[in-house]
Design a binder for this molecule. Structure first.
Ligand code: NAD
Length: 284
C-alpha cells in the first residue's frame, strides 16, 4: 500500500479562498471587518517568522491584522496592561500573544488575561473548559486543523482507536479531547509510556506530536493506519522534517500528512477561522 498524502498546504488555500468570501459577506451584511492583534515580545527568529506567516494569511482573506512588537525586556505588568487595553477595545476581535515568552513573564498569567471572547488561540482555561464540555468556543488551532484534515478526506473517526503520542497543552491533550468529542476511543502516550510500539501498532489513527525527528517508523504502525505528523524538526542541512519517517511509513499507512505542507499551514488557517468567529461573536 502507498498512502494517500493529505496536503495541508492545498487544503489551507482552499479554506482561505472560502474565508475570503465569508469576510466579504460579513463586511456587506454588518460592516464588520475581522481584526486580529498579534503581540510579539522579543526577537526570537522562529516566532518572528510564525507571526509573519499569520499576518500574511490574515491579509490574504481580508482580516485586518496589527502587530504589536515589544522589546525583550518588557515587564510582565506592561504586557498584561497592553492585553487589558486590547480587551477593552471593541474594534479588536482576536488577540494572540506569540509564545514562547521571555522567561521573566508567566505565560499562564498572560493567557488568562486575554478576554475569552477574543481568545483566538483557544488556550484560555475557559476556552479549554468549554471545549471539554462540548460548548461553542475557540478550538486550539493545531488540533482543530488536524480534525479538519481528517474530515476533509472523510476519514472515519467515530469508533476508531486514536493513539496520540505527546501530551502538551497545545497539541496532544486537546486533540485527544476533540476526537473523543467525535466518538473516537483515545489513548495518550508520552515520554514515560512503557513499550510505545504496543500502543502505536493498535492505532487506526496515529497522531504524533513529540518534537523528535523520525521516531515513528514503518514497523511501529499497522497496515492501513492513518498517520498525522505534527512534529517540526530542523535537520543539520536546515531543512524541516517531521516526527514520522515519511519514506518508510508511506508504504504502510492509508493516509499520511507530510512535513512541511501538512499540519503547519492548517494551524494558521484555523487561526483565521477563529478570528472570523470572534468577529461574529460566540454563541452559547
Ligand atoms: P512538547 O515538547 O510540549 O511535548 C512533547 C511531548 O512528547 C511530551 O508530552 C512528551 O511526553 C512526549 N515525548 C517526548 N519524547 C517522547 C518519546 N521518545 N516517546 C514518546 N513521547 C515522547 O511539544 P509540542 O508543543 O506538543 O510540540 C510537539 C511537536 O509539534 C514539536 O516538533 C513542535 O514544533 C510541533 N508543533 C507543530 C505545530 C504545527 O502547527 N505543525 C504546532 C505545534 C507544535
Amino acid at each position: 500500500m502507498s498512502a494517500e498524502i493529505i496536503n495541508g498546504k492545498e487544503l489551507a488555500q482552499q479554506l482561505r479562498n472560502e474565508m475570503k468570501k465569508e469576510v466579504l459577506a460579513l463586511k456587506e451584511s454588518s460592516n464588520i471587518t475581522p481584526h486580529l492583534t498579534v503581540i510579539l515580545v522579543g526577537d526570537n527568529p522562529a516566532s518572528k517568522s510564525y507571526v509573519k506567516g499569520k499576518q500574511k494569511a490574515s491579509n490574504e482573506v481580508g482580516i485586518s491584522s496589527e502587530l504589536i512588537q515589544l522589546p525583550e525586556n518588557t515587564t510582565e505588568q506592561e504586557l498584561l496592561t497592553t492585553i487589558e487595553d486590547l480587551n477593552q477595545n471593541n474594534s479588536v476581535h482576536g488577540i494572540l500573544v506569540q509564545l514562547p515568552l521571555p522567561s521573566h513573564i508567566s505565560e499562564q498569567k498572560v493567557i488568562e488575561t486575554i478576554e475569552p471572547e477574543k481568545d483566538v488561540d483557544g488556550f484560555h482555561p475557559i476556552s479549554v473548559g468549554r471545549m471539554m464540555t462540548g460548548k461553542d468556543t475557540f478550538l486550539p488551532c493545531t488540533p482543530f486543523g488536524i480534525v479538519t484534515m481528517l474530515k476533509s478526506k472523510n476519514i472515519q473517526i467515530e469508533g476508531q482507536h486514536v493513539v496520540i503520542i505527546g501530551r502538551s497543552n497545545i497539541v496532544g491533550k486537546p486533540v485527544g479531547q476533540l476526537l473523543l468529542n467525535e466518538n473516537a476511543t483515545v489513548t495518550y502516550c508520552h515520554s514515560r509510556t512503557k513499550d510505545l510500539t504496543s500502543y502505536t501498532e493498535q492505532a487506526d489513527i496515529l497522531i504524533v506530536a513529540i518534537g523528535k525527528a523520525h521516531v515513528i517508523q514503518k514497523q511501529h504502525i499497522k497496515e492501513g493506519a492513518v498517520v498525522i505528523d505534527v512534529g517540526i524538526n530542523r535537520l543539520e542541512d536546515g531543512s524541516l522534517t517531521g516526527d514520522v519517517d515519511f519514506d518508510s511509513v508511506v508504504e504502510r499507512a492509508s493516509f499520511l500528512t507530510p512535513v512541511p505542507k501538512g499540519v503547519g499551514p492548517m494551524t494558521i488557517a484555523m487561526l483565521l477561522k477563529n478570528t472570523i468567529k470572534a468577529a461574529k461573536g460566540l454563541k452559547n
